[in-house]
Design a protein around this ligand. Structure first.
Ligand code: HEC
Ligand code: HEC
Length: 202
């Protein structure tokens, strides 16, 4: 038997085609769906919704597109050191990375609730304002800086990365490297530990 009624989808598709805005929304939805599919591989470590539950693994929900893209490419070409991400990133094309960037950047960042030592937090807050806030604004929670999340990021993850930055393992942007040197020279051996306690605090 022949169907006399049009499939309701035809009507829907027609509406999408006449409206440029709707058409671009549909394209956007398709990109996000592709990003979501690719991101299935990531959730085992980075958590469902990009909020990590393992303290050596960073939360990537709400990450900026530029920061995500740059860092996935640096993992892929080996210029950013890693335990697992370098091997993983090699499996993805520029288009895959772009789709996943759309997907993860659209999510909401959720700061981790962690214990922090009050006396160190107070010292860390002052150091952050003096040495880091210029590039890591809103206490390192503004994705528009394209510099990763500091406030609410896991403590061990921050510790490893600040160790790497200060031991020429992970290359810091030139001006940040200068600030880190100044910090360590002028503020003593506990400066980085104090900063990390501050980022871990509420
Ligand atoms: C086996 C666990 C694991 C899987 C799976 C995994 N990651 Fe990671 N990810 C890590 C670890 C651990 C780090 C810290 C760097 C390292 O040691 O490799 C990291 C770091 C990152 C960072 C850096 C974040 C920052 O703030 O600088 C990004 C971005 C990232 N991963 C994206 C992804 C994406 C996208 C996927 C899926 C395609 C993925 N990861 C899958 C464990 C994992
Ligand atoms: C001149 C600008 C600038 C200053 C000052 C600066 N940073 Fe950064 N920081 C950056 C940029 C840009 C990145 C991203 C680097 C990349 O993509 O690899 C970054 C990345 C980081 C990361 C890695 C984040 C992640 O998710 O892996 C940490 C941790 C960090 N900075 C800590 C600090 C601390 C602590 C200070 C102050 C002592 C500081 N930065 C000062 C620009 C700066």
């Amino acid at each position: 038997m022949k169907k006399t009624k049009l499939n309701p989808l035809h009507g829907l598709l027609g509406a999408v085609i006449v409206s440029g805005m709707l058409a671009s929304t549909a394209a956007q939805a398709e990109i996000t769906q592709r990003g979501a599919m690719l991101a299935n591989t990531c959730v085992g470590c980075h958590g469902t919704n990009g909020v990590s539950t393992g303290p050596a693994i960073p939360t990537i929900a709400g990450i900026s597109k530029a920061y995500f893209t740059d860092n996935m490419k640096s993992y892929r070409d080996g210029s950013r050191p890693s335990t697992v991400m370098g091997r993983l990133a090699k499996a993805y094309t520029d288009q895959d990375i772009s789709d996943m960037a759309d997907y993860f950047s659209a999510m909401k960042y959720v700061p981790q609730a962690q214990a922090a030592k009050a006396d160190m937090v107070a010292k860390g807050q002052k150091l952050h304002t003096k040495y880091c806030e210029k590039c890591h604004s809103e206490n390192g929670s503004n994705p528009a800086d394209d510099a990763g999340y500091l406030k609410g990021q896991w403590k061990p993850y921050l510790e490893y990365n600040l160790y790497d930055f200060t031991h020429d393992v992970r290359e810091a942007p030139e001006k940040m490297a200068k600030k880190l040197k100044e910090l360590q020279t002028a503020e003593g051996a506990d400066a980085i530990a104090n900063l990390i306690e501050f980022y871990a605090s509420k």
